[in-house]
Every structure is written in structure tokens, then in C-alpha cells.
Design a protein around this ligand. Structure first.
Ligand code: F6R
Length: 608
């Protein structure tokens, strides 16, 4: 969602703040702004609604010269995405940017207005600027004033503040939203994630929950949630290149093409190629054999990864599984058994609902496992056991390489659990391990379907909607196909279990309705083909995604065909994810939508 960058620099910082904001565009936003402490000692702001290009135009006509500056991309929560609601918010004393939501902003605002403060926006954030100002006017220095102000806030925040009378100071604080410090050569940075500061420095410090930090060009003084000085470890971040498109037209396309590599990395984490065995490193105190039920909890695409895993876990590890959408989980009073474990799946590790569900499960005393992509994210720190997906930074809003990496980690978990429960023997483990080892190569082969996906995308783009059908593990994949298509092409799409078709959705089928059927040859193939016949009989435009045996067995049908390689059932949904990603991508290209930053969407959804 919102993005933060702050720079204490040696030269004017506006252009670098802008550069960083462009890197943060992937998080989703609808306005942007920048503030700097100008050479004349005044805090000045430039803000614009809409894309950063609008802010760039404002800055070009009214440049900023300060060496101390902050910038923000805002995803509107309180107040419309207008210029006056865009961050930074400021008084004569302080300018600040904020991620998160201040829950008690109404009483604070009323109190400050009664004291004579004038508000110019409808945001919750502006109250923080006035709160700090009121403490400064009462005689506190900027650090003490900021510390006092955050002590009065309820809710979630990451903050970066600069001050009119302190050119060598930037104050940051995190509670609920991540914040990192970047350490440069005589320069210091604050960012909402490592990507924000990656162009300027590779050395960062992840602030812990409740930390605050006073930065000068010489370094950072960090305090913990009790106000005690602490030292936090330094980390090295990946090169800035991770946030470049390379020679791809979009981040999404780049990320789709990275999958053979990201999947090989993720497989390498869990599978020993030499012994052909599968294990979950760093299980800590968790005894897999002692679990008798698993709750799989996530949002959106990550929840579909969980629903694929539900089939694997029940059939291979013979364990009862309940899949939940995170926003429902803790409100439906789930019956948690004494031997239940809860598993969370999240690319960002910051999704508000998934994080709240994790905390709920922990409070109920369940062991928690999380499949996560962003190292050191909040969920990473709070879960008992992390199963990393080594997909690298995912910039495109639509999840692609993170989804297939989640499936890979979940497949490995299934095998490890099945082994611990004695439901598979060593031969089965070796076979499944080999399937995982071969999978990245098969994914690379599946990418060769792009020309066909392009042709199909151009046709689908002209239709009024699209249906995706599948059985077994291909049912959640059908849901994912529909989600991917609608989020980036804005075309209405639905995913159904193929057997559900005649219970209602078949009414939608006519000669204008593309019906994408996911059906590699498996034990359910013939049943899915019966459903295909039903669509065929009603003139639906069928697109069959299958492997060579599946296409061979359906030769008599007049359908469009997209071929993926044959593979073991445990990796088949991973390979079959490639064509649905490419079809969504090319449909969106044909419709001219914003592939990497679809309207209304945010990469990391940090509000409920
Ligand atoms: C869709 C998509 C979203 C996310 C969901 C959860 O392409 O990316 O549906 O999967 O918002 O996000 P994470 O995985 O960060 O918890």
C-alpha cells in the first residue's frame, strides 16, 4: 500500500526522493507527494493526485532544493485521493509521511482544533503533525515531541518526520507497519521497505515492532517499545536491479519469466537432490507428527495456493485441512483442537487480515507456520516457523512467481508431513522429490506457450467475460485464473469446479463466452471432459489447457488448445499456472490496462 522514503542527504534530495517513489509505485497508490527543508529554513511541499508523473510535473515547475526530504505514495483510506489529502502533511514546524491508520484521530483532532490548530485535510495523518507541533510549541525538542506524540496514537503506523528547526534530523517510528533505515556514506535514509532505499545503499537496519529512531547524517539512535536505547543488526539488501524491468515490458512479464529460476531456488531450500529427500529446515520445537489438523489461512492468490495444498495434504498426508480466507477466519469462531496447527501464506508478510489471523491463532495457543516471501516482514518475525519462498521481490501487483513459489513450499511441506505421519514410504518420497527437482525445467517449457497465450488473449479481450473450469487441484487454479484475469484486464471472470457448471453458471455459456478448461490427464480427466462436452453442446468457445496425453484423448473435440508438458500430479498445478498467467497478461495488454499497477489495487494490503 502506501510507500515511504526519507533522505538526509549531502545535496538536493528531491530527484532521489522521486526516483525512490517510482520504485514504490508497485505497492499501489493514488496520490503522491514530497516535502523538503528548503535552504531558507521553511518546510515546503509538492503534492499531486494520480500518478507520480503528475508530481514530477509539479516539481518541474516549482523545484525543491533542500538536502533533507521525505516522500510518500498514498493509497487512500481516510479521505479521497486528492492533492490536499496527499502526504506529506505539515505545519510550520514539522512535515511527515505515514503508512497505516490512526484509530483515535477523531478525539485527537477535536482536542487540537479546540487548542487552535487548523486542519487542511480529511486524513487521520494530519493529526500527527499537529500533535508533534503542539509539543514543540510547549517547549519540547523535536525528538521528545515526536516520542510524546506517538505515545498518544492508537492504531498502526510507520512514520518519517522532518523538522523546520533541525536540518540534520529525521525521526522515524514503526508500530504495525514496517520501516527500514538505510545507512549511506554521510547520508541516511528511511524507507517503507528495502526496495525504497536500495538505489542509495545496500546496508539497512530493519526496525522492530515498537521501535523509534532519530537519524542524523552521522548515524541512527534507536529506541525500543519501552523507550530504551537498543542496537539493531545491520543487513545487506539485494542489488537495486531487483526493481528493474530489464528487457521486459512489464514487471509482471519479467516475474513470469523468472519462475524457472525462483522455483529452482525454492525447491533447493526443501529438497536434497542427492538423497532425493524432502525436509523443512528450521522447524524449531514443532513436531510434525504431533499435528492432527491444519488450518490454512491467507488472502487472494495466496489463499488459492492454500486450497491447492488442501488436496495434497488430505490425499498424501491424510490429515484434515480447513482452508480459510483470512478476513473470515477469526470472525467465524473456528473450532481449534489441541493438536491443530495453523499455517499462513503471504507474499508480503504484512497483509493485515492474515497477520491478525496469525495473532489470533497464536493467542489460542496453536503452533503457527507461515509460507512467506519477504524476509523480516512482520509475519516472519511473529510466526513460530517460517517456510520461505525464495521468489525474490515481486513488484507487479498481480502475484505470479510468489504464487508458484508458495505452491512449491506447500508441496514440500506436504511431503515432509506425509513422511512424518508415515503415510508415504521412502520410494514415494524419492519420486515426489524428483518431480519437484524436474519442475523448474517443465515450467521453462510451459513458458513456450506464450505465442498461443497472446493469440488467445487478443480474442478473450473482445469478449464480455470468461469462465475457468477445473476439478481437483485445478479447481483452485481455475479460481486463480479468474482472479488474475479480472484484476489486470478488468474483464469479468469466474472460476468454477467443472462439476458445478450445470448447477447455474452454464446459463452464461453461449458462442461469445470463452471457457478455459484446466485439465491435464489425471484420474478426473474423463469427468472434466464430460463437462467440456456440455459446454461444447451449447456453443461455448472452449480453450483446453492440457498435456499431450490430455489433448490426445480429446482429439475429437473442436477446441482451442494450449499445451503444457506432462508431469507428476504434485507439480502439475505449478506448471499449469504458467498459461493462465500469460493469458491474463496478454488479455490485459490487448485491453490496454495498467498491467503492473491495476486500478484500485495495492501490492501489500495493510488495512482490514
Ligand atoms: C492477486 C494478489 C492478491 C494477494 C493477496 C494477499 O494477484 O496478489 O490477491 O495474493 O492480497 O497478499 P499477500 O500474499 O501479500 O498476503
Amino acid at each position: 500500500m502506501c510507500g515511504i522514503i526519507g533522505i538526509l542527504g549531502k545535496a538536493p534530495v528531491a530527484q532521489r526522493v522521486l526516483e525512490s517513489l517510482k520504485r514504490l509505485e508497485y505497492r499501489g497508490y493514488d496520490s503522491a507527494g514530497i516535502a523538503s527543508l528548503e535552504p531558507n529554513g521553511a518546510l515546503e511541499r509538492r503534492r499531486a493526485s494520480g500518478k507520480i508523473i503528475n508530481l514530477e510535473a509539479v516539481l518541474a515547475s516549482a523545484p525543491l532544493q533542500g538536502h533533507t526530504g521525505i516522500g510518500h505514495t498514498r493509497w487512500a483510506t481516510h479521505g479521497a485521493p486528492t492533492e490536499s489529502n496527499a502526504h506529506p502533511h505539515a505545519t510550520e514546524k514539522v512535515a511527515l509521511v505515514h503508512n497505516g491508520i490512526i484509530e483515535n484521530f477523531r478525539p485527537l483532532r477535536a482536542r487540537l482544533m479546540a487548542e487552535g490548530h487548523r486542519f487542511t485535510s480529511q486524513t487521520d495523518t494530519e493529526v500527527i503533525a499537529h500533535l508533534i507541533t503542539s509539543h514543540i510549541l510547549a517547549g519540547m525538542d523535536p525528538i521528545a515531541a515526536s516520542e510524546a506524540a506517538i505515545g498518544e496514537l492508537e492504531g498502526a503506523f510507520a512514520l518519517a518526520c522532518i523538522f523546520a528547526d533541525a536540518p540534520d534530523l529525521m525521526f522515524g517510528a514503526r508500530r504495525g507497519s514496517p520501516l527500514v533505515i538505510g545507512i549511506g556514506d554521510g547520508e541516511m535514509f528511511l524507507g517503507s521497505d528495502a526496495i525504497a532505499v536500495a538505489p542509495f545503499t545496500q546496508t539497512i537496519i530493519y526496525l522492530e515492532e515498537g521501535d523509534s529512531a532519530a537519524l542524523t547524517r552521522a548515524g541512527a539512535r534507536i529506541k525500543d517499545d519501552k523507550g530504551q536505547p537498543v542496537t539493531r543488526p545491520r543487513a545487506q539488501v539485494m542489488g537495486a536491479a531487483a526493481a528493474e524491468k530489464g528487457n521486459h515490458r512489464h514487471f509482471m512479464q519479467k516475474e513470469v519469466y523468472e519462475q524457472p529460476e525462483t522455483l529452482a531456488r525454492t525447491v533447493g531450500r526443501y529438497v536434497d537432490g542427492f538423497s532425493e529427500t524432502v525436509s523443512i529446515p528450521d522447524l524449531g520445537a514443532l513436531d510434525l507428527a504431533a499435528i492432527d489438523q491444519i488450518f490454512l489461512v491467507a488472502c487472494g492468490t495466496a489463499s488459492y495456493a492454500g486450497r491447492v495444498a488442501e488436496y495434497w495434504l488430505e490425499s498424501l498426508a491424510k490429515i484434515p485441512v480447513e482452508c480459510d480466507i483470512a478476513s473470515e477466519f477469526r470472525y467465524r469462531s473456528p473450532v481449534l483442537g489441541p493438536k491443530s496447527a495453523a499455517m499462513f501464506i503471504s507474499q508480503s508478510g504484512e497483509t493485515a487480515d492474515t497477520l491478525a489471523a496469525l495473532r489470533y491463532a497464536k493467542q489460542a495457543g496453536l503452533p503457527t507456520l507461515s509460507v512467506l516471501n519477504v524476509p523480516q516482514s512482520t509475519m516472519w518475525r511473529e510466526t513460530d516457523c517460517v517456510l520461505p519462498t525464495l521468489a525474490g521481490p515481486e513488484i507487479g501487483v498481480a502475484s505470479t512467481k510468489a504464487f508458484t513459489a508458495q505452491l512449491t513450499a506447500l508441496a514440500a511441506f506436504t511431503i515432509a508431513l506425509a513422511k512424518a505421519r508415515g503415510t508415504i514410504d521412502a520410494d514415494a518420497e524419492h519420486r515426489l522429490a524428483r518431480a519437484l527437482i524436474e519442475m523448474p525445467r517443465l515450467v521453462a517449457q510451459a513458458l513456450q506457450c506464450e505465442p498461443m497465450a497472446q493469440q488467445l488473449g487478443a480474442e478473450i479481450a473482445k469478449s464480455v467475460g470468461c469462465l475457468f473450469l477445473g476439478r481437483g487441484v485445478y479447481f483452485p487454479l481455475a479460481l486463480e485464473g479468474a482472479l488474475k484475469l479480472k484484476e489486470i484486464s478488468y474483464l469479468h471472470a469466474e472460476g468454477y469446479a467443472a462439476g458445478e457448471l450445470k448447477h447455474g453458471p452454464i446459463a452464461l455459456v453461449d458462442e461469445n463466452m470463452p471457457v478455459i478448461v484446466l485439465a491435464p490427464k489425471d484420474p478426473l480427466f474423463e469427468k472434466t471432459m464430460s463437462n467440456v462436452e456440455e459446454v461444447h453442446a451449447r456453443g461455448g468457445k472452449i480453450i483446453l489447457i492440457s498435456d499431450p496425453p490430455g489433448h490426445g484423448a480429446s482429439e475429437h473435440l473442436n477446441v482451442r488448445r494450449l499445451i503444457i508438458p506432462s508431469c507428476d500430479g504434485i507439480v502439475s498445478p505449478i506448471v499449469a499456472a504458467i498459461p493462465i498467467q500469460l493469458i491474463a497478461y496478454h488479455t490485459a495488454l490487448s485491453r490496454g490496462t495498467d498491467v503492473d499497477q491495476p486500478r484500485n489495487l495495492a501490492k501489500s494490503v495493510t488495512v482490514e
